[in-house]
Design a protein around this ligand. Structure first.
Ligand SMILES: [Zn+2]
Ligand SMILES: [Zn+2]
Length: 581
């Protein structure tokens, strides 16, 4: 992974801290400029290790900046930032993370209202201290208050799409350490939740000391939080905490089950064990002899412990996929058939460089073909998405011709001419019906006016669902996880109407979106809605985001029959055409 983004954030933070300190504008802007240059630099700056001359030959990078970049490549940090940060109250850095709070405002809060932490900020809002500041209206303070509430709701949980690659690459590295026999991730990550608190790893090793050493001295580790015989904890940059537990192979299943959770699921299993005269803990399922202390400490042998399957079986329960081990699912219910990544045969929402994607039409089709898909839908943006270079009606007409041509030329895959048409704020679509009718597939999505009230959002989305030329509603709420709440329409009403009008609801697999979210999917599945899982690919590698959509779908109990991307070509194409007759 390129270091450019992390590095750019460091320069941005230096600029922000300088601004909070009241440094001169020239110095602040210089750092901001370097941050921007780094962020937009096309290749990984880590390749410039030790090459100061190379760095300074980049336009806008001076000698001082080059030194700091080299330092970061070398040590993973910039000393100047640590120095600067130590000169202001620690909590001010947290304040900079509040959406909508810029460095200038943070400085004023600090200087004029003695606010130096998030807690202080909350107090200052409730005791009216902020309102008494000149040029600070109620509206502004309300916005800050909303941002704080939103931050609290999302906590410092990282997105699934951040956590999973970190866990996987760490596991891959640690498996190389001699003596390591297996490592798996557990916790909410294994259950596929959309955000993750800490990452939990479980390992079996013949040389736990060597494994612990490798774990705590990893390149991204900024702090060792604990280092013991059976458990180590470290903190990576951006606050990610990872726990590594050493487990006996004979008790691996019990530990995996215990640390996967959820807590509610574990409680249900433990109670079931008790009813059967047994005890379940992280070391296994034991016969209960009524003695004091834990059974394993008294040398009692477990009934089951090696694998999760063994334990579920001994409890006379069906094995539950981790995605279903949530409060709302009973351990006694046999799990329904769930959709898998392998079952997906079509991508029905993807962009080319005609709008804001990077792939040419041909590259997109070849990419889909290489994934073994029978169908790829080309759905570039419509004209109102100006930022995304949305297509005018004329450009779309030419695009349709180009798509038909490539469909005739490339064998082995069906290429659908489509559009991701904007659902405008009032529910109208961004192209007229005559043009929409010429498309093989229409994905209709909300992109603007995402703060409108629930009532307006409901009628807006209902209009799109009921539109006879619309096949799929793309990312129905428009939310961005940890950033933007998006619309909150009356979901049961939408799903009812979707069933009635044979319109499909999308799970957008991009881990920033996961929209529909798991609880919505579950409701939609129960109500008999058909669901699409689309990656909304803009780059070739975006096709790999599918797995996040699959995890979300499985958490919503979606099976392959109700997922249109898992249908055969024949079934899918006849449904698409059905909406045109
Ligand atoms: Zn979109
Ligand atoms: Zn899109």
């Amino acid at each position: 992974m390129s270091i450019n983004r992390k590095l750019s954030t460091q320069f941005d933070t230096i600029a922000s801290v300088l601004e909070v300190m009241g440094a001169n504008a020239f110095k602040i802007n210089a750092n901001r400029r370097v941050a921007r240059i780094i962020k937009e630099y096309p290749t990984d700056l880590a390749e410039f290790a030790g090459d100061k001359k190379g760095l300074t030959s980049i336009e806008g990078i001076g000698s001082g900046s080059a030194d700091r970049i080299l330092e970061f490549i070398d040590t993973g940090q910039i000393n100047e930032l640590t120095q600067l940060a130590s000169e202001i109250p620690e909590g001010l850095i947290d304040l900079l993370e509040v959406p909508g709070l810029g460095p200038k405002t943070v400085r004023r809060f600090w200087q004029e209202a003695e606010v130096t932490s998030l807690d202080e900020l909350r107090k200052a809002i409730s005791d009216g201290r902020l309102e008494s500041l000149p040029r600070f209206g109620t509206k502004k303070i309300e916005n800050i208050s909303d941002s704080l509430a939103f931050m609290e709701a999302s906590g410092d949980r990282m997105r699934l799409g951040t956590a999973l690659p970190i866990a996987e690459s760490l596991i891959e590295t640690l498996l190389q350490v001699p003596g390591t026999r297996k490592i798996e991730y557990a916790g909410s990550l294994r259950r596929g939740r959309e955000t993750i608190g800490d990452i939990d790893l479980l390992a079996v090793s013949d040389d736990p000391d060597a494994l612990a050493e490798a774990f705590t001295t990893g390149p991204d580790v900024i702090k060792i939080l604990a280092q013991g015989k059976t458990k180590c904890s470290v903190r990576l940059e951006r606050g990610v905490q990872i726990d590594l537990r050493m487990i006996e192979d004979s008790a691996f299943g019990a530990a995996l089950m215990y640390f996967t959770g959820s807590k509610e699921h574990n409680v249900e299993l433990r109670e079931r064990a008790i009813k059967a005269g047994q005890r379940l803990n992280e070391y296994g399922l034991f016969p209960d002899d009524g003695g004091e202390g834990t059974p394993q400490s008294r040398g009692i042998q477990p009934v089951a412990s090696r694998t999760e399957e063994d334990i579920y079986e001994a409890l006379e329960l069906p094995w539950q996929p981790p995605e279903l081990r949530e409060q709302r699912d009973s351990a006694e219910d046999p799990p329904p058939p769930l959709v898998t990544t392998d079952a997906i045969r079509a991508e029905l929402h993807a962009h080319t460089n005609a709008s804001d994607g990077v792939m040419t039409l041909r590259e997109l089709v070849e990419q889909a073909k290489s994934r073994g898909y029978h169908t790829i839908a080309v759905t570039d943006h419509s004209k109102s998405s100006g930022q995304a270079n949305g297509l005018s009606p004329d450009r779309l007409r030419a695009h349709i011709d180009a798509i038909h041509e490539i469909n005739d030329e490339i064998k082995g895959i069906r290429v659908l001419a489509g559009s991701e048409v904007d659902i405008l704020a009032d529910g109208r679509l961004d192209y007229d019906d005559e043009l929409l009718a010429r498309l093989d597939i229409v994905v209709a999505s909300p992109h603007a006016a995402l703060t409108q009230d629930s009532k307006k959002a409901t009628s807006r989305l209902l209009a799109a669902i009921e539109h006879p030329l619309v096949h799929i509603i793309g990312h129905p709420t428009g939310r961005i996880i940890n950033k933007r709440e998006g619309l909150s329409p009356d979901m049961p009403r939408l799903f009812e109407s979707a069933v009635e009008h044979d319109t499909v609801m999308e799970i957008n697999a991009n881990p920033l979106r996961l929209d529909l979210r798991d609880t919505h999917v579950r409701l939609a599945v129960e109500m008999g809605c058909q669901i699409a899982i689309n990656t909304d690919s803009h780059r070739p590698e975006d096709f790999d985001l599918l797995r996040y959509g699959i995890l979300t779908a499985r958490r919503g109990r979606l099976g392959p029959k109700q997922c249109i991307n898992a249908w055969t070509a024949r079934k899918l194409h006849s449904w698409l055409a059905g909406k045109r007759s």
